[in-house]
Design a protein around this ligand. Structure first.
Ligand code: ADP
Length: 651
């Protein structure tokens, strides 16, 4: 037997392990199993080049628990280690610059483990004693038994071990007794080892029989050693991809819409499969479903810094040995490989979507509502993706027809360009509420888009920024004549005084102002067949308010009351009748004649002004106002009841 000190230059490694690596204890299992799998893979490689002769026999890695001895054992039949190798790989741990490094990465377990190659030593996070029993594949090598109790001293001696390979025996600390529970270990194995390339066995398969769980003779294999992403796309059918999706997400009921198989080996290595899930609303619940693997070992499902944010909405796996997993997250963002990887994924995703659209526009349109959120989010957050996505991002009109923006603009160009050369695209987010406006637009031969998605307003603003002469306007934001102006505004023959009289009469009878609602009364010669009075809502103000709901720093708009224009349509016979009933009178008024800007002392002067008054028409005006409110779905409760009663009386 030999004794020695583990070669650490700093005081010793164990307090470091216990003190700093407290956050993610469970990864010890991943580390030990990765080593076992590596040792087995190495053996297979040696065998394939003829350096190891004969049948390799059983290569399963086994994990077992002995509750009475309080041990957890990971056994493999890999290459094993000779005493010299244990000395070299386990005893001599390079530990240079430790303090400096520890200060930098105080509680970043993975960083420390990766940096120091502490994979094996992470077992001391949960064990007070660890033993290695190893028999190397090398001829004449003696089996070795190494033991260490969490201090810099270890013992090493020859032993007898019947089978080639390594057993790592962890004497689990009382504090961590959960790692002696089957359920905990099985859970961890499923998390980290589900797709390792060597079979991992844990206990026996169980089955429910007569209301009881019984053990079968068969070993319980945790992993799928040939996960779909490691196979050639040509060997896989759609069903295989769907099957793998459910293997990844056993709780997910929906089928994915489509998949992308990633496979690149230059300038970096990356394989994987990404799935498009249905995303109807609530972006957040769909996030963080992509699992990141490094040579089939699960690493994390927090991929934010590795793929662009909108891609975190996708599901699936990415496997790359080239993503530096053991460094801090902020470092990842600036890493060149990571940037390339994220650029590559963006391109692949965009190309795939373009290809799907081209191949079958109708089928793509059918799926559009389910992938729209994802694509819009991508367009809004990634310029490169935006450029590609203009070729397949669709707009849907009220007849349920889909088209890209370019296709759509071509379609409506003839009818919907105004006198200044602006292309005006009309939309509604609520066809029922905007029914009367939509009918008027249709009567003019215009098309109306349905824009009721969460990100639609943002996307419209983005499209407007990209196209100089493009404007989106909601169908109720002005009279249809004003929305797409073909000629100079129609003039009515009324004087300013008459219109002012009309305005005042309506203003005085508006429903009492609420804090969150404001009406502005205006007169306009809309059209004889339009409603006599109707509401419009300024596009810009409304959109700012809507966008402020999603964006920080825009609360100014969010706090503004909802503003509507109550438009009195002076082209309507009912309004013309009202004007005819106006009486004119002359009043004296004091006004400041000269403005201060002219530098003179403002002189008060008396002027004579004509004022028009409309009297005795209150009931009719109230009725007209209510009709406008009703047509916009704003007449409710008591006001609605009053309107109904008044209507009956008028009849
Ligand atoms: P890393 O795996 O990052 O190299 P570890 O501390 O986990 O660091 O392991 C150190 C070395 O010990 C490995 O590189 C390998 O050579 C050897 N080793 C560890 N576990 C085994 C095993 N089960 N079988 C054979 N060799 C092993």
């Amino acid at each position: 037997m030999s004794k020695g000190n583990i070669g650490v230059t700093s005081d010793n490694i164990f307090p470091v392990i216990k003190k700093f690596l407290y956050s993610d204890h469970e990864i010890f299992l991943r580390e030990l199993i990765s080593n076992a799998v590596d040792a087995t893979t190495k053996l297979k490689t040696l065998s394939s080049v003829g350096e190891v002769k004969g049948d390799l026999g059983d290569l399963r890695v086994r994990v077992s628990i002995d509750k009475s001895k309080k041990t957890l054992t990971v056994s493999d039949h890999g290459i094993g280690m000779t005493a010299e190798e244990v000395d070299k790989y386990i005893n001599q741990i390079a530990f240079s610059g430790a303090e400096e490094f520890l200060n930098q990465y105080k509680d970043k377990t993975e960083a420390i483990i990766g940096h120091f190659g502490l994979g094996f030593y992470s077992s001391f996070m949960v064990a007070n004693k660890v033993e290695i029993f190893s028999q190397s594949y090398k001829e004449d090598a003696k089996a070795v038994h190494w033991s260490c109790e969490g201090n810099p001293e270890y013992t090493m001696e020859d032993t007898i071990k019947a089978e080639r390979g390594t057993d790592i025996v962890l004497h689990i600390d009382d504090e961590f007794s959960q790692y002696l529970e089957d359920a905990t270990i099985e859970g961890l194995l499923k998390k980290y080892c589900k797709f390792l390339p060597i079979e991992i066995a844990f206990g026996k398969k169980k089955e429910w029989k007569d209301g009881k769980e019984v053990e079968l003779d068969e070993e319980n294999i945790i992993n799928d050693i040939n996960p779909a992403w490691t196979r050639k796309p040509a060997d896989l059918k759609d069903e295989d991809y769907d099957k793998f999706y459910h293997e990844l997400y056993p709780m997910q009921m929906d089928e994915p819409l489509f998949h992308i198989h990633l496979n690149v080996d230059y300038p970096f290595n990356l394989t994987g499969i990404l799935y498009f899930p249905k995303i109807k609303s609530n972006l957040d619940v769909h996030r963080n479903k992509i699992q990141l693997y490094c040579n089939q070992v699960y690493v994390t499902d927090e991929v934010e810094n590795i793929v662009p944010e909108y891609l975190t909405l996708l599901h699936g796996v990415i496997d790359s040995p080239d993503i530096p997993l053991n460094v801090s997250r902020s470092y990842l963002q600036s890493d060149n490989n990571v940037k390339k990887i994220s650029g590559y994924i963006t391109k692949k995703v965009a190309d795939k979507l373009a290809e799907l659209y081209k191949a079958d526009k109708e089928d793509f349109a059918k799926k559009w509502d389910d992938i729209k959120m994802f694509i819009q989010f991508g367009m809004l957050t990634d310029e490169k993706f935006y450029e590609k996505a203009t070729g397949f991002a669709l707009y849907k009109n009220l007849s349920g027809e889909y088209a890209t923006l370019d296709e759509y603009m071509d379609k409506v160009r003839e009818a919907q360009v105004d006198k200044d050369g602006n292309m005006v695209l009309l939309y509604t987010n609520d066809p029922d509420a905007h029914y009367t406006y939509i009918e008027r637009a249709k009567a003019k031969g215009y098309d109306v888009l349905l824009m009721d998605g969460e990100l639609d307003v943002h996307c419209m603003s983005q499209a407007e920024q990209k196209h100089e002469k493009l404007r989106f306007v909601r169908i109720d934001s002005d009279t249809i004549e004003n929305l797409i102006r073909k000629e100079e505004a129609a003039k009515d023959e009324y004087t300013d005084e008459q219109k002012e009289g009309l305005r005042k009469a309506f203003e005085g009878l508006l429903p009492s102002a609420e804090d969150k609602l404001r009406y502005f009364v205006t007169c306009e010669a809309a059209a004889a067949d339009a409603l006599p009075v109707f509401l419009t809502q300024n596009e810009f103000m409304r959109r700012m308010k809507e966008m402020s709901a999603h964006q920080q720093g825009m609360s100014f708009y969010g706090q503004m009351p909802d503003q509507y224009n109550l438009v009195i349509n002076t082209a309507h016979p009912l309004i013309q009748e009202l004007v005819a009933k106006e009486t004119s009178e002359q009043v004296e008024e004091e006004v400041e004649k000269k403005a201060e800007k002219e530098g003179e002392e403002p002189k008060k002067e008396t002027v004579i002004k004509t004022v028009c008054k409309l009297e005795g028409e209150d009931e009719r005006i109230k009725q007209l106002i209510d009709i406008a409110l009703l047509a916009s779905g704003q007449l409710k409760g008591e006001a609605l009841a009053k309107f109904v009663n008044r209507s009956v009386e008028l009849l």
